[in-house]
Design a protein around this ligand. Structure first.
Ligand SMILES: NC(=O)c1ccc[n+]([C@@H]2O[C@H](COP(=O)([O-])OP(=O)(O)OC[C@H]3O[C@@H](n4cnc5c(N)ncnc54)[C@H](OP(=O)(O)O)[C@@H]3O)[C@@H](O)[C@H]2O)c1
Length: 177
C-alpha cells in the first residue's frame, strides 16, 4: 500500500498577490510528482522574511523566466520545510518512502511549503542528519544555503581555516559557526 493515501490536503494559499489578507486556508489536491521528484509530507516549515515578497508577487517575473509560464492560482507560498517522504518518482534512487528529509526550493512550480504536502525535485532534498530536530531542519535550509555560499563560494574557506563573523547572533551567523 502506498505511503501516501490522501488525495487532498490543507494548505495556506493565495488567489491573488497581495497583503496578508490574501492568505487563506484551502483544501487543494496533493501535488502529483514527476519522475525526478519527491513528495514530502511536511511536519515543519520555515517562515522567512522573503515570504511576504513572494505573497506580494515580487518573484512573478522570476517564476515566468524560470518555468516559462505564468504563476497560477491558488498559489501556495513558502521556500523550505521538513518531514517524511510520502512518495518518490520513478527515477529517484536516493530516497525511499518513510525517509526523514528537509528541502529548499525557491519558488516551487507545483506549490510551496505552506501545505501538508510538497513535491520537490530530488536534487533539492536531503536527509535530516542525526541530532537535528524536524523543526530545526524545516527552518534551516535558506539560511544554511546562504551561509554556505558565503563561507564556500565567496570566501573559499578550507578545512582547518577560521573566520571571525561580526553579528554572529543572527540567522547566518549562528549557522556559520
Ligand atoms: N537569512 C538569509 O537567508 C539571507 C539571505 C540573503 C541575504 N541575507 C543577508 O545577510 C545578512 C544577515 O542575515 P541574517 O538572516 O543572519 O539576519 P539577522 O538574523 O537579522 O541577524 C543580523 C545580525 O547582525 C547583527 N547586527 C545588526 N546590525 C549590527 C551592527 N550595526 N553591528 C554589529 N552587528 C549588527 C544583529 O545583532 P543583534 O542580534 O544584536 O541585533 C544580528 O546578530 C542580512 O544583511 C541579510 O539581508 C540573509
Amino acid at each position: 500500500m502506498p505511503f501516501q493515501t490522501q488525495k487532498t490536503m490543507q494548505a495556506v494559499a493565495i488567489d491573488r498577490f497581495g497583503g496578508p489578507e490574501v492568505l487563506t486556508r484551502q483544501t487543494l489536491p496533493v501535488p502529483d510528482i514527476d519522475s525526478d521528484e519527491v513528495l514530502i509530507r511536511l511536519e515543519a516549515i520555515g517562515v522567512g522574511v522573503w515570504d511576504p515578497w513572494e505573497r506580494e508577487g515580487a518573484f512573478h517575473q522570476l517564476f515566468r523566466e524560470r518555468y516559462g509560464v505564468e504563476p497560477t492560482f491558488p498559489y501556495v507560498i513558502g521556500f523550505e520545510g521538513a518531514g517524511t517522504v510520502a512518495a518518490v518518482g520513478a527515477d529517484v534512487t536516493r530516497f525511499r518512502e518513510g525517509d526523514r528529509v528537509y528541502a529548499d526550493r525557491h519558488i516551487n512550480p507545483k506549490g510551496g511549503f505552506y501545505a501538508e504536502y510538497v513535491a520537490v525535485v530530488a536534487d533539492h532534498v536531503v536527509p535530516i542528519p542525526d541530532g537535528l530536530s524536524v523543526e530545526e531542519a524545516g527552518a534551516m535550509p535558506v539560511d544554511a544555503i546562504t551561509a554556505l555560499l558565503g563561507l564556500d563560494s565567496v570566501l573559499g574557506l578550507c578545512e582547518g581555516e577560521s573566520v571571525l563573523i561580526f553579528g554572529a547572533g543572527g540567522g547566518l551567523g549562528v549557522i556559520s559557526r
